[in-house]
Write a protein that binds this ligand. Structure first.
Ligand SMILES: Nc1ncnc2c1ncn2[C@@H]1O[C@H](COP(=O)(O)OP(=O)(O)OP(=O)(O)O)[C@@H](O)[C@H]1O
Ligand SMILES: [Mg+2]
Length: 512
């Protein structure tokens, strides 16, 4: 590139104890380009951008902005230099409103010096509308679903009017329609000369949006490619250093008898929570050995349904019928659900799934302590073996099982949540966006694992915003719209169009 880049990072290195997270990395960001950053879970992507965004201040190498060396003392310095970041793990304050979160620390002022609340709300609403999100800026962030929180985080970054915008998996929790809106926004920013760093594990997105892709492997630079001409295989080769076998395609066993039967399930909450879509007429069955997909737009009520099935949906009156194995089922809490062999991997790994300050090992075994305890004594040997087995099975990348879960990369945290639930040996496994933030190699591992579990007789109900994932993984797809089952599509008739049509509420089909 002849033009001087907006940002030039040279020889960047970072070590965490025994882990070399980044090693001698050079990266430039030009004005008006979308520069994708790729790599497996734990490759060092977030670390590199945490350095650029001033979150990590202690590192090797140099950073130049506009040809001038900079040394950020913290995120605010980076923002002042025109670098805005959407972090992988959302860092919003649950107890503050959307508008307060977006303008935290830089609230617009009235002439008298007070916070100009009305202007703040108006601007917040405008930024959200750009993204197609019709959210009341007065709402508390804690009441938002993960996807909505992600939109708030993106809106905040937009409001900074930055020249460099870093996006660490911005679409992980977004549904397809929101992704399209975001891409429109990104294209506008690109035309306006903003330099964009884009991290995503969704390969299809890169082909659409990225001008250039830099691939990291094990903390080092593996190569740079043009994502529009490079084949997926080439890119994956660079990422993992070998080719990944076909993601799917193994023959599946015939499903067995009905394990979970849900008829006309509805929940009337004691106090309605804005933004929640409670079940309002759900019909579905999951048989042993079957993988059933849950599709729907953001706000269709997929997460709320899974929570209800796990007894975690908050208080409210349930109506309709639920049975497991033909016996009535109506858990009053997760404990009751677990006792009936139901396990749940939630979408929000930081909130519900993980205890960040505890070790990886503790997180993994916690749910299975009962089976690893004899007469009240924890069998340490068994615990160590079980943890090691699970971490290997899921290829979790951690320095050791003793490190805090917080130190794992995002995708590896997701795998730990998964491992933890599997240890309860459930008969029915509920999964909410199980491969969110998981790299393509690990995704293949998880798909294979789900197939194995189903073949061994486990019933699996899985919500996903990624239609290709549902289509390739599931025996049937149940589509929700406003909390209701609007279609049940067997594998043969489940196409992208059919699912989308149903999800949008275009004439309901009943093909069960
Ligand atoms: N604060 C920390 N303490 C210790 N180790 C860390 C810390 N942050 C990151 N690491 C380690 O550095 C390596 C790179 O992590 P990083 O988060 O940069 O990966 P990533 O490429 O963003 O992965 P993902 O796709 O899963 O988000 C990992 O091995 C991770 O465990
Ligand atoms: Mg990351």
């Amino acid at each position: 590139m002849t033009e001087r880049p907006l940002v030039r990072m040279t020889g960047i290195g970072k070590r965490f104890g025994g882990v070399q997270a980044c090693r001698d990395i050079d990266l430039t960001i030009a004005a008006g380009e979308v520069h994708a950053l790729l790599g497996e879970n734990g490759a060092g992507k977030s670390t590199l951008i945490n350095i650029l965004s001033g979150v990590i201040t202690d590192y090797d190498g140099t950073i130049e902005v506009d040809g001038r060396p900079v040394s950020f003392g913290g995120p605010v310095d980076a923002q002042r230099a025109g670098i805005a970041t959407i972090h992988q793990e959302l860092d919003l304050v649950a107890g503050l409103s959307i508008a307060e979160n977006m303008f935290l620390g830089r609230e617009p002022r009235t002439r008298l010096g007070g916070v100009d609340i009305r202007r703040m709300r108006r601007q917040a609403a405008e930024h959200l509308r750009t993204l197609g999100a019709d959210l009341d800026p007065r709402r508390l962030v804690g009441s938002l679903r993960v996807g909505e929180q992600q939109l708030v985080e993106i809106g905040r970054a937009l409001s900074l009017d930055a020249r460099v915008l870093i996006m660490d998996e911005p679409t992980a929790a977004l549904a397809d329609a929101e992704v399209e809106r975001l891409f429109e926004t990104i294209k506008e920013l690109r035309r306006a000369g903003v330099g964009i760093v884009y991290i995503s594990h969704r390969m299809a997105e890169l082909e659409v949006i990225a001008d250039r892709a830099t691939v990291l492997r094990n903390g080092g630079l593996a190569g740079t490619v043009d994502p529009r001409t490079a084949s997926r295989d080439e890119i994956i080769q660079l990422m993992v250093g070998r080719s990944v076998d076909a993601l799917f395609g193994e023959g599946r066993n015939e499903p067995g008898k009905v394990l979970l039967d849900v008829r006309n399930l509805a929940v009337t909450p004691r106090r309605p929570t804005p933004g929640r879509t409670e079940p309002a007429g759900v019909d579905l069955t999951v048989r042993t050995g079957e993988i059933v997909g849950l599709a729907g737009l953001m706000g269709a009520g997929r997460t709320e349904l899974l929570e209800t099935l796990f007894g975690a949906g908050g208080s409210g009156r349930r109506s309709g019928q639920m049975t497991i194995d033909g016996r009535p089922y109506g858990p009053h809490g997760p404990r009751a659900a677990l006792a009936r062999g139901v396990a749940f991997v939630p979408e929000d790994r930081r909130g519900a799934g993980l205890m960040l300050e505890h070790s990886v090992a503790e997180n993994v075994v916690l749910s299975a302590l009962a089976t690893l305890t004899t007469l009240g004594v924890v069998r340490r040997q068994a615990v160590r073996r079980t943890v090691a087995e699970q971490l290997t099975a899921l290829a979790v990348k951690a320095a050791s099982p003793a490190v805090a879960a917080a130190t794992l990369s995002g995708g590896n945290q997701q795998k730990v949540v998964f491992a933890k639930q599997l240890l309860t040996q459930p008969r029915l496994l509920l999964l909410d966006e199980p491969t969110r933030g998981v790299d393509i190699g690990a995704k293949a591992e998880i798909y294979r694992l789900l197939h194995r579990l189903a073949d061994a007789g486990m019933a699996i109900l899985l919500a996903s915003s990624e239609l290709p994932e549902l289509l390739s993984l599931c025996d049937r797809v149940v589509v929700l719209h406003r909390g209701r089952t609007v279609a049940t599509l067997p594998r043969a008739s489940a196409t992208q169009q059919a699912i989308l049509a149903a999800a949008n509420g275009d004439d309901a089909k009943e093909t069960r």
